[in-house]
Design a protein around this ligand. Sequence first.
Ligand SMILES: *Cc1c(COP(=O)(O)O)cnc(C)c1O
Length: 491
Amino acid sequence: MQYVSTRAAKAAASQAPQQFSDILLGGLAPDGGLYLPAEYPQVSGAELDAWRKLSYADLAFEILKKFATDIPEADLKKLTKKTYTAEVYRNVRKGEKSADITPLRILEQDGDKTLILQALSNGPTLAFKDMAMQLLGNLFEYTLAKDGAELNIFGATSGDTGSAAEYAMRGKKGIRVFMLSPHKKMSAFQSAQMFSLQDPNIFNIAVEGVFDDCQDLVKAVSNDLPFKAKQKIGTVNSINWARVVAQVVYYFRGYLAATTDNAQKVSFTVPSGNFGNICAGHIARMMGLPIDRLVAATNENDVLDEFFRTGVYRVRKSAETYHTSSPSMDISKASNFERFIYDLVGRDAERVRALFHKVETEGGFDLSGKPGSDGDEFKLVSNYGFSSGKSTHKDRLDTIRDVQDDFDITIDTHTADGIKVARQYMAPGVPMIVLETALAAKFNETILDALGVDAERPPGFEDIESLPQKFVVMPADVVQMQAYIAANTGL
Ligand SMILES: *Cc1c(COP(=O)(O)O)cnc(C)c1O
């Protein structure tokens, strides 16, 4: 399996092909594009049938081996077995089994309309980012060990990504994590999750500033190429290809668990921000998984909903990005969206380059086909099954209450956005699976507002805020940051 950049110039096609391991530790392609397989591997009906009886780990192996053809199969099998265990994905609700890894629960069956919740947040940090990040930790450790190499992961977080990365990388040989977060701006639960880690390879840096200051520091350090090379700096952000592939697996799993034969179609609704999660759904569909609709649910930050309604992609400035009660979807620019646009414009890398140049210079592009627009490919979007909808703070509170009253389950705010939007797209004979992207305990402030009681905490999290914390506070200063990293890597 070879990988191409969504912006590769024609001449670059003759360059050395990239394999899975080549792009595993990197982020953007050198030309600024994102990596995708040169073509999507296809899954036959016979394969799907055979996969119905597999464990999650074995299913992950079958799918990953189509993408990571340069990793020996026996090694890949060990890695998936080590990652997807009942011990790691143990935070299940009553009536669910942790061995299922992503258990399904039917919420509603009304005639031939079915609404299903697929839990993706049973991992160590109670959010779906664990699904991919846990695999990434094991893949990184495996790849680095082969050449005795080291990697220093440097990133910024406003919540879920940082903790998922730290729990995936803690104690891993050859890896250190330096994670910036805005000092005193995260919820008490989120800070406690990260700062209570005492592992010597985890470095929490609370920056005196806001999340944007943290991101600016990461950019400044990443642009200092000699420092980056000497300190072996890498990232684990949502454009990482291995993260996307790991997420493809649970679409197959959800489909297989909700159906009994391959003539049946299902739809998925996905609480979306950076378009990483739903991009994996798109890839599953391109591989032949019988998905009817892929519904992107956004909060008030409706960049994606606007595109799927109008064909206009218009990124927002920081000042126009709202802080909402589903904060992990507060994005102004969907970093994985370019992968879908590449397919939508017929894999024409020059078009993609021009369109995303326009995003940088003019803040967006318009594929509506109207006079003066940049193209008319919006008319093709429905061929890919995409739909969308938007949910607001009030919708979130109402949905959390309704789901509690009707089904006796507490859902988190992001999942509430998903359920609100999913209801608009329920179709007879096509089960609708909503991906649950976090557990309610993570966003307790809003649960209290909605229900008047605290969200239930899974075992082990009861007193997390009172555990000893390990972190340093630093000003938003590049020179001090670099000195801190160098002092702790010894490189
Ligand atoms: C990251 C995150 C999302 C958004 O996922 P994308 O891949 O960025 O679209 C939704 N919900 C939760 C809880 C998250 O942590």
